[in-house]
Ligand binder design. Sequence first.
Ligand code: FPP
Length: 263
Amino acid sequence: MKSDSNAPVTQELEKLGLNPDAMPVHVAMIMDGNGRWAKKRVMNRTKGHEKGTETVRQIVKACRELGISYLTLYAFSTENWARPKAEVKALMALLKRFLVGEREEMGKNAIRLNILGQIERLPDDVRQEAVTTINQTRGNRGMTLNLALSYGSREEITQAAKVIARKVKAGALDPENITDETISSHLYTGGMPDPDLIIRTSGEFRLSNFMMWQAAYAELAITDTLWPDFSRDELITILTDFQKRDRRFGKVTCSTSNDGSPQ
Ligand code: FPP
């Protein structure tokens, strides 16, 4: 098992002016804008996805260095299957190359890979490489990298409901004992903390069927930057802003009384 020492991370965060005790545990990203990035340069959309893959590598590295424990990247949605065949094929080829090419780096950096989504719908070769990387990185404890592939939040909640319904039907679960935690534990993210921060690139203000259950109390950060141009520096700016936010989780802050007047 590869373990992690926190001292270098703490030093790095302090150097950047970030509070090591107020870092998000789980950061999730909606990587949008590859197509627009390519269009602006009169290039094929695939070029945008290629440059986007380079950004993925840099952001994974940055998150690991910044001590983020869970990073989730929305790489391919259930809806993305409806894109032109050539684009789907190009995306699958990039994913396969990433899964093979980053295996060694994930090992060196103690990164564990997980897939969130319908892994069974992926082409055989991509699925096999995904399974190999998942198995090889299983013991790593530095950071968990979740790739959301053939992922859709509605599908995720629907499949969770089916499993729970089967347990009720079999008499293994009393409906009265179904709690939030029962639902959470049947999602692809079962056993992981909910995201504290969801970042979306390319300026759209929507979740696009991404982590709708898990996003209940997530802070949202929307940037106009297109995903291929997203950088470690911009991530640090977003983290700095995150640390200034007042996360109340539906309650009142300590400095405010029950009737809302300041104490
Ligand atoms: C959205 O941009 C992006 C995607 C649908 C795919 C994201 C994929 C990558 C960043 C590269 C491959 C991923 C990995 C993990 C290796 P868009 O095509 O919808 O852009 P647009 O809205 O500007 O058209």
